[in-house]
Design a protein around this ligand. Structure first.
Ligand SMILES: Cc1ncc(COP(=O)(O)O)c(C=O)c1O
Length: 383
């Protein structure tokens, strides 16, 4: 048998799967027990004690995520936001965090409403312009939070450049890579210390599990990873065994699904970019996109998310969404079925998202059907 390093699709299909020793089952059984037997001498020879601290299904999912991101450890949570909160709570009061101006709105909300008042300080800068980081760094900056491509404007950050500047300053870098997935982008290999995922999205891929994870390239003395693990075990926002099992099942088709998402999104973006009812398209796969060159360098595909601004304004954008038949009107993303969302109205009154922006999560349907659907919905804009 060859020992050659295996390609991503092969690793994704096998990651976290070790045949179950008693039966030989290839697919892992579901371990629902919340507690594990202790030996008469008090030992736990099989390594499991209690379901909050560890569980075989969670361990398998964490092993798979560690392998696919090329990390040394993964820590699974009940949602992407639980993972986000665990990372930020691993910092100390008085620490400073730099976040991107365009990022999942929950990040800013958590800092503004909970962790800012508890003592964290933070600034938002456009990290897609690498030089803008320098002015934001302070002596107390412990963490630079990157999200690339970003939600909802698909801003692309040069990970290697930001990591070099942050590290020179003594700060750590986390990359929310939810929109890329390890199928398309490996932030740890580009210098990031931590990767964050909402596994709710492409990693599970079927719209039926909420989850999150932090994957680390831990070095000795890097306390942040230990603290995130402690948050998981002590604060207890742990995913259920079934959630882990389902997410691991989703991961096995990740490579295949991402190919279809990328193909569909490229068609949708090109179609929208050429349509007179569309004012602007945000998709790093378009050569005209400001993030195209960096994305082409640091990603192996441009992803399944596209945002577009409809000529006219919020009412016109809403009307287009209302006329779509294949795209479903719903928040969230990364599932096999295409979704459309009027993003600003979802984010609330203080949103900076343009009011005429529609965000498309492009599924794995036949791209011709997606383009036909968009064509019909856009035909009546301004009419
Ligand atoms: C980029 C990104 N990060 C984090 C989250 C939050 O994840 P969750 O909804 O699983 O808490 C989302 C949700 O949309 C997201 O798009």
């Amino acid at each position: 048998m060859s020992d050659a390093p295996r390609r991503f699709a092969t690793r994704a299909a096998h990651a976290g799967l070790t045949p179950e020793p008693t039966t030989g089952a290839v697919i892992p059984p579901l371990h629902l027990s919340t507690t594990f037997e202790r030996d008469p001498d008090g030992d736990y020879p099989r390594g499991y004690v209690y379901g909050r601290t560890d569980n075989p299904n969670r361990r398998a999912l964490e092993a798979a995520l560690t392998e696919l991101e090329g990390g040394s450890e993964a820590i699974a949570f009940t949602s992407g936001m639980a993972a986000t909160a665990a990372v930020l709570r691993a910092l100390d009061p008085g620490d400073h965090v730099v976040i991107p101006t365009d990022a999942y709105h929950g990040l800013r909300g958590l800092l503004r409403e909970r962790l800012g008042p508890a003592g964290l300080t933070w600034d938002a800068v456009d990290l897609a312009v690498t030089g803008s980081l320098d002015a934001a760094l302070r002596p107390t900056t412990r963490l630079v939070w990157v999200e690339t491509p970003s939600n909802p404007l698909l801003r692309v950050t040069d990970l290697a450049a930001v990591c070099a500047r942050a590290h020179a300053h003594g700060a750590r870098v986390i990359c929310d890579s939810t929109w890329a997935t390890p199928a398309l982008q490996r932030p740890l290999a580009l210098g990031a210390d931590l990767v964050l995922h909402s596994t709710t999205k492409f990693l599970n891929g079927h719209g039926d599990v909420l989850g999150g994870a932090v994957v680390a390239q831990a070095e000795p003395g890097q306390t942040i990873v230990d603290r995130v693990r402690a948050e998981q075990r002590l604060a207890g926002a742990v995913p259920s065994p079934f959630d882990c099992w389902l997410t691991l099942r989703g991961l096995r088709t990740l490579a295949l699904r991402m190919r279809a998402h990328c193909e569909g999104a490229a068609r949708v973006a090109a179609f929208l970019a050429a349509h007179p009812a569309i004012e602007a398209v945000h998709y790093p796969g378009l050569p005209s996109d400001p993030g195209h060159a960096v994305a082409a360098r640091q990603m192996s595909g441009f992803g399944g998310m596209v945002s577009a601004r409809v000529r006219g304004g919020a009412a016109e954008a809403m009307a287009v969404a209302a006329r779509l038949r294949v795209f479903r009107r719903a928040t969230s993303l990364g599932g096999v079925e295409s979704l459309v969302e009027h993003r600003a109205s979802m984010e609330g009154h203080d949103t900076a998202t343009p009011l005429n922006l529609l965000r498309f999560s492009v599924g794995i349907e036949d791209p011709d059907d997606l383009v036909d659907d968009l064509g019909a919905a856009l035909a009546r804009v301004g009419g």
